[in-house]
Design a binder for this molecule. Structure first.
Ligand code: PAF
Length: 283
């Protein structure tokens, strides 16, 4: 596996290929990332991962400084799945000047849910993804693989590809879960032993909401707001601080007015102790 530390080195190496398949990450890799890497290997003529903890997508007071940086371990994992190239720039390389040009995603998509609780988050994500794509896809189009766990991020990035006419196809990997159902996340490592046992409740609440939607679909009796409120109250009673548990249309994440007409997704974000977890389930 080639480790490129500079944009020039990466571009020079990738100039020999026609279809890079790329998995951007912030490191501290787990099986979810590796499954995306395996998908990438099957898609392009060279597989590329990046590790870059992107300051722009962290709010003041969030965990930028303490975000786990596990570079040697990550390299071993990437090698084990046959990753060809790792792009691992430091901050001065990717942001040689303070990044004052930023991408402003559509507020209708980016200022709700995650964007409501983490203002500016998607500006940071879109800006870094655009920049990483300019580095990786400098000579050709290609494929980028993202996990469905970040459902809103995925929707926004797909729209960004379309609206900016970028020659990159986005493909999606399903959320990888621990045997108990907890969605794998680099932040799960923040959980204490007891919190780790409790953490599965977020996915269980989403599952039960999705199940009641399925049962009630078409009956015209399903009260979305009441179901969301009850789900949040259930988590609160167990000591969680939920930001949102909500049922939305998959195509634009707008609130659901009629169950049964279009594909839906249940999304949730909640804090357990100091750890903020997110998850979703398509219905
Ligand atoms: O999903 C992530 O890990 C990050 O948001 C991404 C896409 C690597 C951008 O920093």
């Amino acid at each position: 596996m080639l480790i490129a530390r500079t944009v020039a080195q990466l571009r020079q190496h990738l100039s020999a290929y026609k279809k890079p398949a790329f998995v951007p990450t912030m490191g501290n890799l787990h099986e979810g990332h590796l499954s995306l890497m395996r998908m990438a290997k099957a898609q392009g003529d060279v597989s590329v991962a990046s590790i870059f903890v992107n300051r722009l997508q962290f709010l003041p007071g969030e965990d930028f400084a303490s975000y786990p940086r596990t570079f040697d371990n990550d390299c071993e994992k990437l090698r084990s799945v046959g990753c060809d190239v790792l792009f691992a720039p430091d901050e001065d390389e990717l942001y040689p000047q303070a990044q004052s040009f930023k991408l402003l995603p559509d507020p209708a998509l980016a200022d709700i849910l995650e964007g409501q609780f983490r203002p500016g988050f998607f500006t940071g994500v879109c800006t870094v993804v655009l920049k990483l794509f300019h580095c990786v896809f400098a000579h050709s189009g290609g494929v980028a693989v993202f996990g469905q766990k970040d459902f809103q991020q995925l929707l926004i990035l797909r729209r960004m590809m379309t609206q900016l006419a970028m020659p990159v196809d986005i493909i999606t990997g399903e959320t990888t879960r621990a045997p108990d159902g907890l969605a794998l996340s680099s932040r799960n490592g923040y959980l204490s032993v007891d919190e780790r046992i409790e953490a599965v409740q977020l996915s269980m609440v989403l599952k039960s909401l999705a199940a009641s939607v399925r049962v009630e679909a078409g009956s015209g009796r399903f009260d979305v707001t009441a179901a969301e409120t009850a789900a949040m109250a259930g988590l609160r009673d167990r000591g969680w601080a939920p930001d949102y548990i909500t049922l939305r249309y998959q195509h634009d994440l707008s609130p659901v007015t009629a169950v049964g007409s279009q594909p839906l997704v249940v999304l949730g974000a909640a804090r357990l102790g100091k750890t903020r977890l997110i998850d979703n389930l398509v219905v």
